[in-house]
Design a protein around this ligand. Structure first.
Ligand SMILES: Cc1cc2nc3c(=O)[nH]c(=O)nc-3n(C[C@H](O)[C@H](O)[C@H](O)COP(=O)(O)OP(=O)(O)OC[C@H]3O[C@@H](n4cnc5c(N)ncnc54)[C@H](O)[C@@H]3O)c2cc1C
Length: 276
């Protein structure tokens, strides 16, 4: 069994850490941003493959993750995952689907606690290069791979959301064309969104927020009266293809774009295989 250092405490790094610990490895997670400060904490989050390639692997990783999240929804109430019915709106009409809905603040806390329960650690550390010292380093640094892996194929795709008070909404709505989505959580509702390629700013724009709420109210008219609680911007780590690959003592796992939650358990299983 190896001593593994996982770089990154977003949904991808924490999920890899859980699977590696379950496989019997010794695991320490290090990250500049702790779980609730990451892009992952901004996600809505619906199980929905979006802005990630290649299609065949994304299909396999998504199916694995669906099964893992469905099991959590059935057996781990503290994880913040539930199976929820919602509507996907397209030019062809409205389709009803049931998918895992993940309440990220609860879920990231649950993942971090699971890492620690299994004997792993999560420590804040801002790195200027990938660390040495472990037998294997697993690089789950998302956009940070531009620096840590000198990979300029990783680009930000900025997404803005508005969080409003819960007004009795139980089902989710999604129009991928916007993207426009309305995702109910236990105490609030996440309303999105935007997809701005190459934008680095994490400052919410009031004009964009008004435009998001307008679009979303066309899907869910009751939104119009809901009180706004906060505004958030996240930078999705997009890449021409998700990178899950071993080079020497480093296993890379980043570039999940708009699907980090949706692919997380699938890519973590592949990382365990690559660590060996
Ligand atoms: C508005 C919005 C809505 C979204 N909705 C969904 C959704 O509904 N479903 C879905 O599946 N996905 C969704 N996503 C996408 C999802 O959030 C991302 O794909 C996911 O968060 C990527 O996770 P990650 O762990 O790779 O990266 P991150 O969460 O960004 O984590 C990267 C980690 O690496 C660390 N790191 C980086 N550089 C360094 C360094 N130099 N030293 C130390 N540590 C470093 C960071 O500090 C952080 O801990 C959404 C994203 C946004 C912005």
């Amino acid at each position: 069994m190896a001593r593994v250092i996982v770089v990154g405490a977003g949904v991808v790094g924490l999920t890899c850490a859980v699977r590696l610990l379950e496989a019997g490895h010794r695991v320490d997670v290090v990250a500049r941003d702790l779980p609730l400060e990451t892009t992952s904490a901004v996600a809505a989050a619906i199980w929905y493959p979006y802005l990630a390639e290649p299609v065949d692997l994304v299909g396999r990783w998504s199916r694995t993750t669906y099964a893992a999240l469905e099991a959590l929804a059935g057996g781990e109430p503290e994880a913040g995952v539930r199976m929820a019915e919602g509507s996907v709106v397209s030019p062809d009409g409205i389709a009803t689907e049931v998918v895992p809905l993940v309440e990220m603040p609860l879920y990231l806390r649950w993942l971090a606690a699971r890492v620690e329960d299994l004997g792993g650690t999560v420590t804040r550390l801002n790195l200027s290069a990938l660390p040495s010292g472990g037998d294997v380093v697993v690089n789950c640094s998302g956009l940070g791979a531009r620096l840590l892996a000198a990979d300029h194929d990783v680009q930000p795709v900025q997404g803005q959301v508005v969080v409003v008070e819960q007004f009795g909404l139980d089902r989710w709505w999604l129009d991928p064309a916007g993207p426009t989505y309305v995702v109910p959580r236990s105490h609030d509702v996440v309303v999105g969104g935007t997809e701005v390629h190459g934008a680095w700013s994490r400052s919410p724009s009031p004009a964009t927020a008004a435009e998001i709420l307008d679009r979303a109210a066309a899907l869910v008219p009751a939104l119009r009266g809901a009180r706004v609680l906060r505004h958030k911007v996240g930078l999705r780590p997009a890449r021409s293809t998700v990178r899950v690959e071993r080079t020497g003592g480093v296993v890379h796992c980043y570039g999940h774009g708009g699907s980090g939650v949706t692919l997380s358990w699938g890519t973590a299983d592949d990382v365990v295989t690559l660590v060996g």
